[in-house]
Design a protein around this ligand. Structure first.
Ligand SMILES: [Zn+2]
Ligand SMILES: [Zn+2]
Length: 156
């Protein structure tokens, strides 16, 4: 069984007596439009069918900021990537120490099993799929890894 419904099941082609309608918003299609009235409708439909795309949009909407603690996962990712560049190409004891300090602070703050270059944030389903939660923007929040773990820890 597919984890999320397929595009064709969730947004079947629509038409009335006069012709085709947008499968997402129902607007009448014109010219060479076949299924969607706009790229926006196609994107919105795709967001409700592809978990990967939904997560990407969730992150973009939140601007990478964790809903629960407010940490900016994008900024953190940026900072760590810069450090890694130095680590790889411009190795110096100083920068290695800085990286080490940051990693140990992160561990203390709950980034326990986090390995250096894993994703720093994740899209969280507010209502789990197994409890009937839909893949829909209203059912997703962007969380940093420790906050995501906390959410799941509390539920169990
Ligand atoms: Zn439309
Ligand atoms: Zn957080």
């Amino acid at each position: 069984m597919a984890r999320h419904s397929r595009m064709a099941d969730k947004f079947p082609s629509r038409k009335d007596d006069l012709g085709r309608l947008c499968a997402f918003c129902g607007k009448r299609l014109v010219g060479r439009q076949r299924r969607w009235c706009s790229g926006e409708c196609e994107g919105n439909a795709w967001e409700q069918c592809s978990p990967a795309f939904a997560a990407e949009r969730c992150e973009a909407r939140a601007k990478g900021v964790c809903h629960d603690c407010g940490i900016d996962t994008k900024e953190l990712d940026h900072a760590l990537r810069n450090l890694r560049c130095y680590h790889d190409f411009l190795w110096s004891e100083l920068k290695r120490d800085v990286l080490h300090d940051i990693l140990s602070i992160m561990r203390r703050r709950g980034w326990n099993c986090w390995k250096s270059w894993d994703a720093l944030g994740q899209a969280h389903h507010i209502v789990k799929h197994s409890d009937g939660g839909e893949l829909h923007p209203s059912n997703l929040v962007w969380l940093c890894v420790p906050c995501h773990k906390k959410r799941h820890g509390r539920k169990e």
